[in-house]
Design a protein around this ligand. Structure first.
Ligand SMILES: [Zn+2]
Length: 86
């Protein structure tokens, strides 16, 4: 049976593939480097999509699907901001 085969979604705008498999978090295959999460894809690529035309093409614009941004999602050389101190 093929019910466990993942569904491959391709974002033609961001040039990535998102593997969607029931029971597992979506896995993003970047053009290079290790796989990541939708939130990582968002913080590195999709948040820079501009305008309604591009947003319609991008498959990772749904905040409910991508979830909250996780620590380490952004590029490692981004300046770290300590939000814990108050
Ligand atoms: Zn995208």
């Amino acid at each position: 049976m093929t019910d466990s085969s993942p569904e491959l979604l391709r974002c033609s705008l961001c040039q990535v593939e998102i593997e969607s498999k029931a029971g597992y978090p979506d896995s993003v295959q970047f053009s290079s480097g290790p796989r990541g999460s939708r939130s990582k894809l968002w913080s590195r690529v999709c948040q820079y999509v501009k305008g309604p035309d591009q947003q319609q093409q991008c498959i990772n614009q749904d905040p409910e699907l991508r979830g909250l941004e996780q620590q380490g999602d952004a590029f490692p050389d981004a300046p770290s901001i300590d939000l814990a101190s108050s």
